[in-house]
Design a binder for this molecule. Structure first.
Ligand code: BTN
Length: 242
């Protein structure tokens, strides 16, 4: 049996990025399970080098995992965290909203982004992932333009702290599922809510855009795209457009 993660939560007021604080703490010997969250970030970062605007009112958190696995396997956590987030949202969402998971780890409600997940890592000299830094931003009260927030989907009085506790509980449960049953269970949970599964999508890669039918995920979470010529392309990184 894998030991349960002991979550230790540290709160900050305003920081540049909770990912940077977490990295500093990890380098100083912090244990797996450290969660750093802040009311505001001045230099929040998102995927693909984007800025993540981080005004007061939302959740900005980063937590430390020590998976000691190959870098390709560490990508599984991006799906695990998206599934955990989705399960947390299930507990508070009112009827009449549609929730989907967009590859690799966006959670969309009514087609709009409610949260973002960014994984960064420290690789040890033997090539395994020593530290995995999982950064998550969840819109609670102040969504950016064209996004959606927890306050828009729930009549419950949910603040940053209550959502954080609920989310950590779901992350723990999802890690238990991964450890007991394997990634296939996480993968299937993710696929059951996948946006545009078996439909045509466009994937923007660094130098080109590919069109094809989204056929699912492989064992590492790689996107399987069936091209017009029938070949199945494996996409490991990119932005999906619909
Ligand atoms: C995305 O582009 O969808 C990912 C956004 C991740 C934002 C979070 S907020 C907490 C953590 N600190 C950061 O600087 N970024 C992540």
């Amino acid at each position: 049996m894998m030991p349960k993660i002991n979550w230790i939560i540290e709160q900050y007021d305003c920081v540049d990025s909770t990912l940077d604080i977490l990295k500093e703490k990890a380098q100083q010997g912090a244990e797996e399970g450290l969660v750093v969250y802040a009311q505001e970030q001045n230099q929040g970062r998102g995927r693909h080098g984007n800025v993540w605007h981080a005004p007061r009112g939302n959740l900005y958190m980063s937590f430390l995992l020590r998976p000691n696995c190959a870098p390709s396997v560490a990508g599984q956590y991006s799906f695990l965290v998206a599934v955990a987030l989705s399960k947390a949202i299930d507990e508070i969402i009112e009827g009449g909203h549609e929730k989907h998971l967009k590859w690799p780890n966006d959670v969309l409600i009514d087609g709009k982004k409610i949260a973002g997940i960014l994984l960064e890592s420290e690789i040890s000299s033997d090539g395994t992932v020593k530290d995995l830094y999982v950064g998550v931003g969840v819109n609670i009260l102040t969504p950016p333009k064209d996004a959606i927030a927890v306050k828009d989907i729930s009549t419950q009085d949910i603040d940053v702290h209550s959502f954080l506790s609920l989310f950590i509980k779901k992350i723990s449960e999802s890690i238990d599922i991964l450890n007991k049953n394997g990634f296939l269970f996480i993968c299937n949970a993710w696929l059951s809510e996948a946006y545009k599964l078996n439909e045509t999508i466009r994937v923007r890669l660094p130098h080109e855009t590919k069109h094809g039918v989204f056929k699912g995920l492989d064992k590492d979470g790689t996107l399987l795209l069936k091209l017009d010529n029938g070949a199945v392309e494996r996409i490991t990184a990119g932005e999906v457009y619909f």
